[in-house]
Design a protein around this ligand. Structure first.
Ligand code: AMP
Ligand code: ZN
Length: 463
């Protein structure tokens, strides 16, 4: 039995999908106005692990993700500019150019990290009719009100609004949370916009569509209610996102969908904790963030970052440091070295496979699953072929591409020549010379290792 922690019930629950064999999974996608930072990517790695664990257990996963290319304003409330417009102005491009560019970069990051693509990706701008449909229903049912700038959802009409975070409406009213912008036009501070008109601050909003209420554009939250229902039905099984969605975005999605259709939006709500940097959250808006390109520029492989993320449970914060990256790099290299050039046996190590399954099914305890892998590597009672058979199986969850590990580093001609001289020095027991040559090889960017099969090199990373 798989157990997952449900943010909504605040406890571990036995996982029972609505259909016996298929799991319907929705993950909130990126707002494509800038590069994803490695904090964002931590959340997508967590969701990838979730999907892989479900698949490992034999479920077919119907996975849908949105891409926010309109309507997400600066600050998760209803104040400020559309983030896409901010990006467009910054780079002198059109909102659609900005969204297209950063969406492509996002998906190329996912590919680098070996994250499986969702079965279906829907952009907010492609789902305008289904968003309008829900707003119409909410209006008919009396959950909305309007002023000259927007149509709002009236949260006071839903007695259990905020059940996800356990936050009472009165907390929002007193502005207890930093992200609640008190907009005097709203009846309650927690109310949120469903549809913006081309008026006031948004008079010149570039993207707009006709609606029963006039030209305008949707608020951020409604896209996820519309896209998830349109693609997965309601309720579906699992809804995920980063921990910042517990306070505003997900309660708002829930409110709209449940008020409109009278049934839950999703049964299980799972949230990944944030990646921190210097003990503060990594955030795009703060402007100081690390991207996957920065990680690659230092000489790391994206899979080193994947390894780093797997060392922390998704419900624990992870503080990013370059020392931590180096540790992840060295450890994942060891795994590649262990597996390289060895053919797997037919059977794996059953005991270890059982332990691995128990770990991943215990609310995605991937750090524990990694510990099982290393225990197996070190178990000298088991033949290497058997170990490899199990580890390749585990890799269906871990996602390191272990059946196709990166090739060993081959040195340049110059470094090869120095390695040859170093071998001669070692044969002549001239260790002073051998050390001096090691340093010269290091200056060329390689670390030298003396192994049973002779000298080997790997790229040296300077953090
Ligand atoms: P955004 O592109 O800002 O809409 O965020 C995309 C995803 O990244 C969402 O699921 C966020 O919850 C998540 N996220 C944002 N910041 C972080 C962080 N520092 N660590 C982990 N996840 C994050
Ligand atoms: Zn969402």
């Amino acid at each position: 039995m798989i157990k997952f922690y449900n943010t909504l019930s605040r406890q571990l629950e036995d996982f029972k999908p609505i259909d016996k064999t298929q799991v319907r999974l929705y993950t909130c996608g990126p707002t494509v106005y800038n590069f994803a930072h490695i904090g964002n990517l931590r959340t997508y790695i967590f969701e990838d692990l979730l999907r892989r664990v479900l698949e490992y257990n034999g479920y077919q996963v119907k996975h849908v993700m949105n891409v926010t290319d309109v309507g997400h304003l600066v600050g998760d409330g209803d104040e400020g500019e559309d983030k896409i417009d901010v990006g467009a102005r910054r780079e002198g491009k059109s909102p659609l150019e900005i969204a297209k560019f950063y969406e492509q970069r996002f998906f190329s990051d996912l590919k680098d990290l070996n994250i499986e693509m969702p079965g279906k990706v829907v952009r907010a701008t492609e789902a305008i009719p289904s968003q309008i449909e829900i707003i119409k229903i909410l209006e008919q049912k009396g959950y909305t009100y309007r002023d000259e700038s927007a149509i709002y959802f009236d949260t006071s009409k839903l007695p259990d609004y905020g059940k996800l975070s356990g936050q009472k409406l009165s907390d929002k009213q007193t502005g207890a949370r930093g992200d609640v912008v008190v907009d005097l036009k709203k009846k309650n501070p927690a109310d949120f916009a469903l549809w913006f008109f081309l008026a006031g601050r948004y008079k010149n909003h570039i993207l707009h569509w006709p609606s029963p209420w006039g030209e305008g554009f949707p608020g951020w939250h409604i896209e996820c209610s519309a896209i998830s229902r349109q693609e997965l039905g309601q309720p579906f099984d699992i809804h995920t996102g980063g921990e910042d969605h517990i306070g505003t975005h997900h309660p708002n999605e829930m409110a709209q969908s449940e008020a409109a259709f009278g049934v839950p939006l999703a049964n299980l709500w799972m949230h990944g904790r944030f990646l921190q940097i210097n003990d503060n959250k990594m955030a795009k808006s703060a402007g100081t963030f690390i991207t996957l390109n920065d990680v690659k520029d230092k000489g790391f492989s994206p899979l080193d970052y994947r390894y780093l993320c797997l060392t922390a449970h998704y419900r624990s914060q992870l503080n990013f440091t370059w020392e931590g990256m180096l540790f992840a790099h060295n450890t994942s290299e060891k795994l590649f070295d262990f597996i390289r050039d060895v053919k797997p046996g037919k059977e794996g190590a059953a005991e270890y496979e059982k332990e691995f399954l128990e770990a991943i099914n215990d609310d995605l305890n991937i750090p524990q699953a990694l510990a099982v892998v290393w225990k197996l590597v070190d178990d000298n009672k088991i033949a290497k072929e058997i170990k490899i058979a199990s580890i390749l199986k585990f890799d269906k969850v871990l996602g390191f591409n272990l059946d196709n590990p990166p090739k060993e580093t081959s040195p340049t001609e110059e470094a090869s020549a120095l390695l040859g001289q170093r071998q001669q020095a070692r044969d002549a027991k001239d260790f002073a010379k051998s050390d001096e040559l090691r340093k010269r090889i290091e200056e060329l960017g390689y670390e030298v290792m003396d192994t049973a099969e002779g000298q080997k090199v790997k790229k040296k990373i300077n953090i």
